[in-house]
Design a binder for this molecule. Sequence first.
Ligand code: ATP
Ligand code: MG
Ligand code: MG
Length: 577
Amino acid sequence: HKPGGNKQLHPSTMEAHLKATGGQVVTRFPPEPNGYLHIGHAKSININFGYAKAHNGICYLRYDDTNPEAEEEEYFIKIREAVEWLGFTPYKITYSSDYFERLYQLAIDLVKRDKAYVCHCTPEQIHEHRGGDAKGPRTACSHRNRPIEESLVEFTKMHDGFYAEGEAVLRMKMNLEDGNPQFWDLIAYRILDTPHHRTGSEWRIYPTYDYTHCLVDSFENITHSLCTLEFRQSRESYYWLCDALEVYKPVQWEFGRLDVTNTVLSKRKLRKLVEAGVVDGWDDPRLYTLPAIRRRGVPPEAVNAFVREVGVTTANTTIEVSKLDYHIRALLNERARRVMAVLKPLRVVITNLADDYCREVVVPNIPRKPEAGEHTVPFTKHLWIDADDFKEQDTPGYYRLAPGKSVGLLHANAIITCTNVCKHPETGAIEAIECVLEPETAKKPKAFIQWVAKSEAHQSPVKAHTIAMYGSLFKHSNPMDKNAVPDGWMSDINPHSLENIEGALLETGFRSLVHDWYKEQPDKEALCFETCRFQFVRIGFFCLDKHTTLRVDEHGVPQLEGVIVNRTVGLKEDAGK
Ligand code: ATP
Ligand code: MG
Ligand code: MG
């Protein structure tokens, strides 16, 4: 591929570029800091950093901060964190605003070359001159052919605050005859009275994306300006500006956008969900922003594996969310320690055990992975099982507990048979069930369930404050589909996308799991709760939520007080999604 497409670079420009880069590949990931990054950006990050790495090159993280109205400090921080979370290290972090002065000087140069002019038309007039709604022929406005000197004076006036917002813009003098709208005298500078996040009130005029992007690519000696398909038409105007100013011209390549089903990704829509209070902030685990995915407990490697599987497509693609879930499960299955938890505790009394009966049961941390270690839990007369594993009315094909029926207790080498159901005398609600422990010689049951025991000698089970069972935020796979969702995507919110379960009981082994995780945390002041990942046996993969309360006692042992747990993903495709 020759740099800059059709028109050759001036040899000295190329020489300067090669001198600066040593012929190295240079790419950049250029987000606008107007929101959080989402899973689509993960594709762009992987392509930009990945392409540079594969060619021994370098990749910048560049904040494209030319729109002071939408930018906030929080977004800058979250963007950098997301890139680092995915495992990429920018060669340098830069800002388009670093170059405001240089861009301004080049704009003056552009006017002097008779390739830009100051225009006082209103947006409506500009629209009319560009052919209007009828998409008719384009016409030049009266400012287009004003003398260069006059535009220079007017541009200085724009810069100096003589005009109010909307009274003047700098436009590039391109080619109104061209069929490509990107040639219809794009705006290069506009007046904005908003202070800028980094430059404060130093500037009153701000360069547009169309003007800034290619020039900053050029300044940074980007070799491959990789962007999404919607910029295909902009490729010609990108080259036009570099050629007009005779500066080094990178080559632009486009790739397809990545979308996933059952969600919305665009920052504008995400902001709407946040502002309407539909979700708990930009990192609500039901969203597909990178901080949301992270908070949900998804390992970054699963995100990278997912976008790599999609590949560098040249068409826009919409991928099933279940494809991401597949990668999450594959990784967590290898890594997540197993914990027995009962989400809806139902008390069980084993009537043929002594009151003080207590046996230690060994539970492998990860099945078939002895190197991951094991832990013990007490097995006693008083247990809890999940209410969903008991049915008062037995049904054909049901193999768990019911009156007169037996079930196995995982890891305990125990089979219990239900002998009696204890109900509240007035309400009739089931309060406990009585069982007997079968002899070891009993026939192996069809089903084994998880359980949690009460023990005087051991610590009692951990009572979780909340288990957040996250599901799809939207009812339809494509909330934007006008046929399926005639009232618009905001009407497609799934009212059952979050079920908060309170009072779940977690086996005592949960404490050592959290303790081990805590010991390994590099920064005890800023704990990354989401890296504490585990599997609730038979239920799904989970992690601690950032709102969990940890009090560290005088022995340095974390005491779990307000345990909040997020479901990352169910164990099977149909469960939980
Ligand atoms: P959105 O419209 O979704 O809010 P954007 O395109 O405005 O996103 P930018 O911050 O401008 O987001 O994007 C930074 C880079 O990430 C750009 O190069 C852009 O093309 C790329 N990108 C954005 N969305 C996607 C996506 N869904 N798939 C792949 N790349 C994307
Ligand atoms: Mg954008
Ligand atoms: Mg956008």
